[in-house]
Design a protein around this ligand. Structure first.
Ligand code: SF4
Length: 347
């Protein structure tokens, strides 16, 4: 990073391909972009990168492809072109990948070409659930990919989905444990959302557990995190054997366990290792002072949400989380009661 000089708002986007040949039952991307994988010529991608850099001064670029690495030949060719144009000295790139699509040589080459940040859709820590959601890869493959990426030096982010069909509270605890064991840089814990056109939609409908409000207004996988706690967004699907309140509390508990760390909070708010961060403090004191009212409101709403979750755990209502897990999360110790360490460090 030392040779790069990105600043707030310095963010560019490029879509180098569309479509994805996999069958994940929850995926809305593939519903809109299709199963057939097609991609732009590398010449046109290089032209876009140059435009972003030369005309718009963008040095941090997100590749918005559904699945960037489907065709390795074109990716290696793109790496060569980025390097021969010298763009890797001026820019950094971020991309999304599947765990089973990477290997050491590919990740190392991408890293050398300026790809410093990678995002994996881990979704679950349960091999059985991986099969149920038809991910077409295993948890162990994802773990191996994350470990490789971290070893090479990537900034690694991931998502997990809570509330998948047949999922249990224990499965969610295992996911929380895995996120921590993998020492991911950033994690998002989403609620399963049966977007129309997906197989998950059909499952939710056949189970008579599909809830649609307004014009699909509650179809939001990040609802728990961004909603106003005084008017929560109802889940569009809750699997049998779970309640919405339990899953909501598990998601909040997952965030608490993962982000209850001053360095992490500081990094995501003020000093991101990669990207532009979630929040800009403004370029001067006046700009910062103007932001204080909205910051206070933000912290009040988030604080209320977590306070309610803590209260639920203390009063043992709307949750299967025992009180002692709360203490363990706050003191940074691993939660117990799960099926044990998930990461096989010998692999
Ligand atoms: S691999 Fe990713 S983009 Fe492809 S279907 Fe699965 S979730 Fe969607």
């Amino acid at each position: 990073m030392s040779h790069l000089h990105w600043h707030r708002g310095d963010l560019g986007f490029v879509a180098s391909s569309r479509g994805c040949p996999y069958d994940c039952i929850f995926c809305s991307n593939r519903i809109t972009t299709g199963k057939r994988y097609r991609f732009r010529s590398n010449e046109s991608i290089i032209a876009t990168l140059k435009l972003l850099y030369e005309k718009y001064n963008r040095t941090f670029v997100l590749f918005l492809d559904d699945n960037f690495l489907v065709n390795k030949e074109r990716v290696y060719d793109l790496i060569d072109m980025i390097m021969s144009e010298g763009l890797h000295h001026k820019m950094t790139f971020s991309f999304q990948a599947r765990g089973d699509n990477v290997d050491r040589q590919l990740l190392s080459s991408l890293y050398s070409a300026g790809f410093k940040s990678v995002f994996f859709g881990l979704e679950t820590a349960s091999e059985a659930l991986m099969k149920i959601v038809k991910k077409g890869e295993t948890v162990q493959q994802c773990i191996h990919a994350v470990q490789l990426a971290r070893e090479i030096g990537f900034h690694v982010s991931a998502t997990f989905i809570f509330g998948l069909p047949t999922e249990t509270h224990q499965d969610r605890l295992d996911a929380i444990l895995l996120a921590k064991e993998l020492m991911l840089d950033q994690v998002r814990f989403n609620n399963a959302t049966p977007y129309p056109g997906t197989e998950l939609y059909q499952i939710a409908k056949s189970q008579d557990r599909l809830k649609i409000y307004g014009v699909y207004e509650n179809f939001l996988s990040v609802g728990t995190f961004i909603e106003n706690p005084f008017s929560p967004i109802p889940f569009s699907y809750t699997p049998p054997g779970n309640t919405e309140a339990e899953i909501r509390n598990d998601i909040l508990f997952a965030y608490l366990s993962f982000y209850w760390d001053f360095r992490k909070i500081k990094e995501i708010l003020f000093k991101p290792k990669q990207g532009v961060g979630w929040f800009s403090a403004g370029s001067n004191w006046v700009a910062f002072l103007k932001k204080i009212p909205s910051l206070v409101l933000l912290f009040f709403l988030a604080g209320y949400k977590f306070f309610k979750m803590v209260l639920d755990i203390l009063l043992q209502r709307n949750t299967q989380l025992p009180r002692r897990y709360l203490w363990r999360a706050l003191t940074g110790r691993p939660i117990t009661g799960s099926s044990g360490p998930i990461v096989n460090l010998t692999k």
